[in-house]
Design a protein around this ligand. Sequence first.
Ligand SMILES: C[S@@+](CC[C@H](N)C(=O)[O-])C[C@H]1O[C@@H](n2cnc3c(N)ncnc32)[C@H](O)[C@@H]1O
Length: 273
Amino acid sequence: MTLDARFQLRVQRYGWDKAADHYEQFWQTQLAPAQARLLELAALKRGERVIEVACGTGLVTFPAARAVGPGGNVLATDISEVMVTRLKETADQQGLPNIATKRADAEALGVPEASFDVALCALGLMYVPDPFAAIREMHRALKPGGRAVVAIWGARSSCGWAEIFSIVDHFVQSEVCPMFFQLGGGDALRMAMTQGGFNDVVLERIATTLNYESGDDACGAVFAGGPVALAYSRFDDASRDAAHREYLDSIAEWKHGEGYQVPGEFVVASGTT
Ligand SMILES: C[S@@+](CC[C@H](N)C(=O)[O-])C[C@H]1O[C@@H](n2cnc3c(N)ncnc32)[C@H](O)[C@@H]1O
């Protein structure tokens, strides 16, 4: 792994540790259409063994664990220790012993080959330094005849909030999320999954709108609740104000009254081994 890739992993790991507290408040409703479609396409059955990559707080894990029932199980993995620790605590509180957790990089899950029926990855692949390696790793973890479903953000030109990355990059003089839109455009995700060994790859685009009640709400979501959280945590007050202003300017065309309705796009793809 290159130095750059190691740096990206650390930015994501510790960034999402910081974002964990704010994540569901800002993102649960906004991501629901992609997560729901991913679960529909996965068509989980009772008794299946599922591995989830980049599980976050468990918005996909919990419905998946209920769908496979007590005879099945979900191994929820994520690079962030805070995310997997919280997820396990919630699983225990909810009485779901069929959820296990593991802190793992999507590129090296550390699970035996051919040990799962289904692999799921919702809104995680954009942060991985080598998403092609992560796709191959899901393929490796699946049994023959297994299924994978992946959801990512779509094309940069369809995501009205896309300027957040260049705004933050300019303050920290580095790239906090260089691969974010790499697979979102055109047929890129289908090609990546096919190259990773998957068959019968089907890809769908879902247009969405991110609804924010206020500028504070819009800024909270992108600065504190997501992948730039580590960089943002180091901004002084003046830099925070300046970055907020730049970001709100970048989404000004979607301002309605006090709130914002920002366009976005998801891509969901499924394939079999
Ligand atoms: C937007 S959240 C998605 C969480 C969850 N899948 C959901 O749908 O709500 C992105 C997650 O990707 C995780 N992540 C980022 N880079 C990763 C990597 N290299 N390997 C595994 N997980 C990673 C983050 O820690 C974070 O929890």
